[in-house]
Design a protein around this ligand. Structure first.
Ligand code: GLU
Ligand code: ZN
Length: 289
C-alpha cells in the first residue's frame, strides 16, 4: 500500500516545540514506511495569517533537516476547489444556509458539546433571515462515527450530540478548516494522517465530510500534545517560543524524548542527519509502524 503523509502548519506564527513534535512524528512515520511526506500551508484564515510566517516555517523545516515531496499547496489559493466541494454538498442537501450570529446561538442553545453550544438547527426549521450574510452548515448524522486511531485505538463520536451541525463556510466567506482539510487531504492523495491529539475530536467531522464527498478515508494517528508548565497547549495564544535555529539536535532529541523513543544522550549533540537516521530507525522498530 502506498504511503503519503503530510504536515500542515498554519502560518499564524513561527513553529514551536509542539509543532516540531507533530512534524517529527509524521515525518518518521512516513520515512519509516518508505512513504512520501507532503507539505501544505494552511493559510485559509487570511485575517490570522502573519506576514513572513510561511517563509519562516520553510526556513525552520529546512534547518531542521526535513525534506518534503512534491509541490507545496497553499489553502489561500484554493477557494474555487473548496467552493466546488461545497456545491457538491449543496446538491446533496447535506448542508444548509445559516444566518445565526454566534451571540444568537449562545443565547438559544440548550445543549453544550465538546466545542461549545450545539447549534439548535434554527435555520433548518424556520426561514433564514433575508439580506443577512450566510454561513453553510453540515448536518451531523445521529448515528455515531467510529474509526480506529492507529495510536489510540477505537474512537467513537456522536456528532449530533457532541458537536452538532458544524460550519463548512463562514458568513464572512472563508471556508472552514474542516472542509478545506478534507478536500486537500484528498487532493494530495494523503493516506496517513499523523497529528496532535488536539485534532482528535475533528476527525469524525472529517470522516463524515469524506463520506459525503465520496473520498476515501486516510488512516488517522494522534500523538499527545505538548503543554507548557501551566498545563496549556503550546500555541501562539499561549506565547510558545519559536523553535531556535541553533542547537537543533538538542531540540530534535527533546522531541524524540517526548515521543518516548528513548534516544541516547549523545544524539543531543550529534549531527542533524545522525538524529534523523536514528529517529527513523527507532520509529520503524517501535510498535507504532
Ligand atoms: N493546520 C492545523 C494546525 O496547525 C493542522 C491540521 C491537520 O493536521 O489536520 O494545527
Ligand atoms: Zn442559523
Amino acid at each position: 500500500m502506498p504511503y503519503i503523509g503530510r504536515f500542515a502548519p498554519s502560518p499564524t506564527g513561527p513553529l514551536h516545540f509542539g509543532s516540531l513534535v507533530a512534524a517529527v512524528a509524521s515525518y518518521c512515520d512516513a520515512r519509516a514506511n518508505h512513504g512520501h511526506w507532503r507539505l501544505r500551508i494552511e493559510d485559509l484564515d487570511t485575517p490570522r495569517t502573519v506576514a513572513g510566517a510561511t517563509d519562516a516555517i520553510f526556513h525552520t523545516l529546512q534547518s531542521y533537516g526535513f525534506s518534503w515531496d512534491g509541490d507545496i499547496i497553499y489553502q489561500s489559493k484554493r477557494h474555487a476547489v473548496y467552493q466546488a466541494a461545497l456545491d457538491q454538498l449543496k446538491l446533496q442537501t447535506t448542508v444548509y444556509p445559516c444566518t445565526c450570529s454566534r451571540k444568537a446561538i449562545s443565547e438559544i442553545a440548550t445543549q453544550t458539546g465538546l466545542e461549545g453550544p450545539i447549534y439548535p438547527q434554527t435555520c433548518l426549521r424556520q426561514p433564514i433571515k433575508a439580506n443577512s450574510p450566510l454561513a453553510w452548515r453540515f448536518k451531523s448524522a445521529s448515528q455515531p462515527v467510529t474509526f480506529n486511531d492507529r495510536f489510540l485505538g477505537i474512537q467513537t463520536q456522536n456528532m449530533a450530540t457532541e458537536i452538532g451541525d458544524f460550519i463548512v463556510k463562514r458568513a464572512d466567506g472563508l471556508f472552514a478548516y474542516q472542509l478545506a482539510v478534507v478536500v486537500d487531504d484528498a487532493a494530495q492523495g494523503i493516506t496517513h494522517v499523523v497529528r496532535g491529539a488536539d485534532l482528535l475530536s475533528s476527525t469524525a467531522r472529517q470522516i463524515a465530510l469524506q463520506d459525503a464527498l465520496g473520498y476515501s478515508h486516510p488512516s488517522y494517528a494522534h500523538i499527545p500534545i505538548v503543554n507548557n508548565a501551566l498545563g496549556q497547549k503550546l500555541s501562539k495564544q499561549t506565547q510558545a517560543a519559536a523553535l531556535p535555529l541553533e542547537d537543533i539536535s538538542q531540540q530534535l532529541y527533546q522531541a524524540l524524548v517526548f515521543l518516548h523513543l528513548r534516544p541516547p544522550k549523545h544524539l543531543a549533540s550529534a549531527s542533524i542527519s545522525a538524529c534523523w537516521a536514528w529517529a527513523i530507525q527507532a520509529w520503524a522498530n517501535s510498535d507504532r509502524t
